[in-house]
Design a protein around this ligand. Structure first.
Ligand SMILES: [Fe+2]
Length: 322
């Protein structure tokens, strides 16, 4: 059996087979037939008889293997998400534990979406997480330092996306926003930087000083993200505006449109605060990582004009409750 449509196939590593699969799926390898690259079925994964495939894989350790995107989608939808939602509904864990369980799932889905060429529908896997978290989140039981301790501080886009989403959700709850608004702001925070998928990695993670051209390229992630999310016709205006406006500054010096004050969507103003806060408190090759207190002090004293001061003060108060 050969198939030539490359976009359907996603590369997988050996550790992929150690995931909690419950369904069968086909494993492919890539080869060239008559000068054309094709994907050929190599073996079948059977969760009841993994040893057979394991033995074959041991013999071909240096080869790259692939699965269909539909199978990868099924893995998250039926193995990971379904189980997570069921367990959360049954256990009704306190907020900190709910975050602890949801966080790695959200980062894995976003990482796969950003690192392998999954289709846009793949992002729909994240749709149910805001509902779950929004319901279980009780700020009385969740101190900011506890949430902060759960989040990864690594220099990756997927960790940044999930952290921003989490922080947005917490402040939205603290501000007394409705459940629907909290879900939207969480979703928007998760997806605000999704346009970075379309920016070359060598520019995003360049070790040398950025040129003006590099800066212009990176700035396009706001427009790309908004456009891509809009094309999916599944996201609210709030989510689209968060993607498009999270680098606008309150004083009108941001990008891409130089909007100011109330011209910037409230959710995007919150997202801007979380975006900067997470960047300052995460590892970056060009500077020391900051503690939350150091980051918030810098944001208030040196960068205050960029933010909506009422929202920044609310966030500082919330973070300071720890
Ligand atoms: Fe951004």
């Amino acid at each position: 059996m050969t198939v030539s449509k490359q976009t359907e196939f996603k590369p997988i590593t050996r550790s992929f087979f150690e995931k909690e699969w419950t369904e069968r799926f086909d494993v492919f390898y890539q080869t060239t037939i008559d000068g054309e690259k094709k994907f050929v079925k190599f073996a079948e994964y059977d969760p009841k008889d993994y040893s057979h495939l394991n033995a074959i894989l041991d013999e071909r350790q240096n080869e790259a293997f692939y699965i269909r995107e539909t199978d990868l989608y099924k893995y998250y939808r039926f193995n990971i998400l379904k189980r997570l939602l069921l367990e959360l509904a049954q256990d009704k864990p306190p907020a900190r534990e709910a975050f602890q369980r949801v966080y790695p799932v959200a980062t894995r889905i976003l990482q796969d979406h950003l690192e392998i060429p999954t289709s846009d529908e793949f992002l729909a896997l994240l749709d149910e997480l805001p509902l779950v978290l929004s319901e279980s989140l009780d700020p009385e039981n969740l101190r900011f330092y506890e949430l902060f301790a759960i989040t990864l501080k690594e220099d990756t886009i997927h960790a940044h996306c999930v952290n921003v989403g989490m922080y947005c959700l917490c402040l939205a709850r603290e501000l007394g926003m409705s459940r629907k608004d909290r879900e939207e702001i969480f979703r928007g925070g998760l997806l605000a930087d999704i346009g970075k998928k379309f920016i070359p990695m060598e520019v995003l993670f360049k070790k040398d000083a950025l040129t003006e051209e590099d800066r212009q390229t990176i700035r396009r992630h706001t427009a790309f993200g908004k456009k891509k999310l809009n094309e999916q016709r599944r996201y609210s205006k709030t989510v689209l505006r968060m993607a498009g406006e999270h680098h606008e500054n309150f004083d009108g010096t941001g990008y891409p449109l130089k909007l100011a004050g109330n011209e910037i969507d409230t959710a995007a103003r919150i997202c801007k605060i979380m975006d900067v806060f997470n960047a300052l408190t995460s590892h970056r090759p060009y500077r020391e990582v900051m503690s939350p207190l150091q980051a918030l002090t810098l944001m208030k004293e040196k960068m205050g004009e960029q933010f909506d001061s009422k929202l920044l003060t609310a966030f500082i108060q919330y973070a300071g409750k720890s």
